[in-house]
Design a protein around this ligand. Structure first.
Ligand SMILES: Cc1ncc(COP(=O)(O)O)c(C=O)c1O
Length: 417
């Protein structure tokens, strides 16, 4: 299918709106992507005409809702390359998925003195759950270091694996702050060889990359639907069958049980063992529709388009004296994310939040701050000065929008000096 940007934009009603009287230019896609009509209308159709609780009642609507939920699970399993559909556990998002692993796998496996390695540029969602799990049992969490471009030094990582013998290695697939794409296949192979389990945070990979969990060779992979054109409050954890089967459930409640008595409870099979309570059924349906949308447009087309938009934006931003792009350069693989800071020669850096406020007044939505990656910002020396301004692009971002955003940035910087 040819990539028709105007047809794609027509799929997203929000792109027609104005903000502060200006046409919206939405460059905060790494925080959350907008939703296409297929998702909006599909969820509405389900809620209006097909809703019932799943896996419980014996009536027609309940059967339909259950089939729809399980069909979405099949789609997501196929999209991530899982071997079995039951390896996909629905969660409320990436954060919830990582907490599940840190609690359920952590409780089973981590003991005093054990080490968990986490990439320095990991989102707090991939770090804090492990700190909490480690604190409980006297284990510790150590960073896998990166350079200023966000790249992992493989020699140093290998030495860490040999010296620390970690039980778990947690890798971000794509950095939300810098856009760096890590070679998770290679890193997982190295971790596996050293006897560690692996978890990959795929929150920022889902909207851009072809993901194949078996090729990556990870034990766990976590995603959120809302980063990839789906609803909020729904995501998934992929886990290898054997490792999921070995783990105790995390949350207890309805539908995760086999049999319950006051003397004791036995638990249901995968994936239900990890899905206590009524699931976010409409969210799951929307998630499945978002995956359909991604595949109909084609990830390859989306990547090519986003790469062109990112290259154009990078070139235009580089022409602004005093603006410094932080993160991957040259051939280093990169997602459509540009983080930058600004300081006029000889003057203190301009606070990113001031830039964002002036951009917002002109209809341009960006994110600023530490992007939930404070240890990364500290390492880059940016934590004290308010982090970075981040522009992040999506399938519907146009070169014209980027040009307008850069013009708005010029105006903002002139106002600030
Ligand atoms: C790399 C990364 N991991 C995890 C998360 C957390 O995702 P969620 O808030 O959907 O759970 C995000 C969200 O910004 C992210 O960018």
């Amino acid at each position: 299918m040819p990539f028709d940007i105007q047809a794609i934009r027509r799929d997203f009603p929000i792109l027609e709106r104005k903000v502060h009287g200006q046409p919206l230019i939405y460059l905060d896609n790494a925080a959350s992507a907008q939703k296409p009509l297929a998702v909006i209308e599909g969820v509405r159709e389900y809620l209006a005409h097909h809703h019932a609780n799943t896996h419980r009642s014996a009536h027609h609507l309940a059967a339909q809702a259950t089939i729809a939920l399980e069909k979405a699970r099949e789609k997501i399993a196929a999209h991530l390359g899982a071997e079995h559909t039951h390896e996909i556990i629905f969660t409320s998002g990436t954060t919830d998925a990582i907490n599940l692993v840190a609690q359920a796998w952590g409780r089973l496996t981590l003991a005093e003195g054990d080490v968990v390695l986490v990439t320095r540029d990991a989102h707090h969602a991939a770090l804090v759950p492990w700190q909490m799990a480690a604190e409980r049992c006297g284990a510790r969490v150590e960073p896998i270091e990166i350079d200023e471009q966000g790249r992992i030094d493989l020699k140093a990582f290998k030495a860490q694996l040999n010296n620390l013998k970690p039980k778990m290695v947690v890798l971000g697939h794509v950095s939300n702050a810098l856009g760096t794409v890590h070679d998770v296949e290679l890193l997982c192979a190295m971790a596996r060889e050293a006897g560690a389990a692996t978890l990959v945070d795929g929150a920022q990979a889902l909207p851009h990359l072809d993901i194949d969990v078996r090729q990556i060779g990870c034990d766990f992979y976590a995603v959120s639907a809302h980063k990839a054109y789906g609803p909020t409050g729904i995501g998934a954890l992929y886990g290898r069958t054997e490792i999921l089967e070995s783990m105790p459930p995390w949350r207890g409640g309805g539908e995760m049980i086999d049999s319950v008595s006051f003397e004791g409870t036995t638990y249901g099979p995968l994936p239900f063992k990890f899905e206590a309570g009524t699931p976010n059924i409409s969210g799951v349906i929307g998630f499945g529709l978002a995956i359909d949308w991604l595949n109909a447009v084609g990830l390859k087309n989306i990547r090519a388009h986003e790469a062109a938009v990112t290259a154009g934006a990078t070139a235009a931003l580089r022409e602004i004296p005093g603006l410094r792009i932080v993160g991957p350069e040259g051939d280093t693989p990169k997602a459509p994310v540009i983080s930058f800071v600004y300081a006029k020669p000889g003057l203190a850096p301009v606070h990113p939040a001031d830039i964002a406020t002036l951009l917002d007044q002109q209809g341009v939505a960006v994110r600023t701050g530490h992007h939930c990656t404070e240890p990364l910002m500290t390492k880059l020396g940016l934590a004290e000065t308010g982090g970075t301004v981040r522009m992040s692009f999506a399938a519907y971002t146009t070169g014209e929008e980027v040009a307008r955003a850069v013009a708005a940035l010029h105006r903002a910087l002139n106002m600030l000096l």
